[in-house]
Ligand binder design. Sequence first.
Ligand code: SF4
Ligand code: SF4
Length: 223
Amino acid sequence: MIVGERKPYEEIKSMLEGSRKILLAGCGTCVKVCFTGGDKEVALLASQLRLSAKKDKRNIHIMEMTVERQCENEFIEEIAPYVDAYDVIMSMACGAGVQMLAQRFPEKIVLPAVNTTFLGLLEKTGFFVENCQGCGNCVLGDYGGVCPVTRCAKSIFNGPCGGSQNGMCEVDPQTPCAWELIISRLRALGQLERLSKTTPPKDWSSARDGGQRKLTREEQILS
Ligand code: SF4
Ligand code: SF4
C-alpha cells in the first residue's frame, strides 16, 4: 500500500490561511489503512481546524467527504457537485490523489494535507516499513522475495557488502541486513545456487529517473 503521514498541523493551518470554505477530502483506500487520510482522520482534522478557528474568532465552514479512491475519476465525481461552493479543496490522499483532484478541478486550489512517504506494509501495529521502490523491473524472483533495491541500504545486487553485524545492516543497525534475509530465504527454499553467479548491473531504464512513467494496457483500450 501507499504509506503516508499527515503534515504537521501548523503547516496545514498556514496553507489554509485566508480560506473560509474548505472541502476536506479523504480517501478510503491506502491512506485509510495506514490511519492517515480516511474518514476518521478527516473528522479529526476538521475538528482541529474548527476549534482553532473558534479560538482565533474566525468564521470557517468545512465539508468533510471521503471517497473510496481519490486516484480514480469515477470516485471523485462524487465530490464534483460540491466543489464550486468552496474556496479550497484540502486532500488527505497520497500525492496521486491530490493531483487527480487538481487535474479534475483546474479552477480550484487543491492542497495536500499528507506527506506521501513510501510503498510498504504494516509490519506491526503502528509500524510501517518500505518494501518497494516501484523500479519497474521486479527482481524478487531471483532474491527469495526480498527486495535488494529497497531493503539493502546500498541496493546491492551481488551482496552482502561485508559490513553487516549480527544480521543487522551496517548503515542502520536497527534494520535487518537485506542480504542476510535473502540468503536465509534462498537457503530455506533450497535455491542458494541462484547466488553462485554474478548478477550483471540492473537495467534501470524502467525506474523513475527518466521522468514520469506511463503504463499502457493494450487489451483495455477501446478502438
Ligand atoms: S525489485 Fe523493484 S519492483 Fe520489485 S520489489 Fe524491489 S523495487 Fe519493487
Ligand atoms: S549491511 Fe546488508 S543491507 Fe546493509 S548495506 Fe550491507 S548488504 Fe546492504
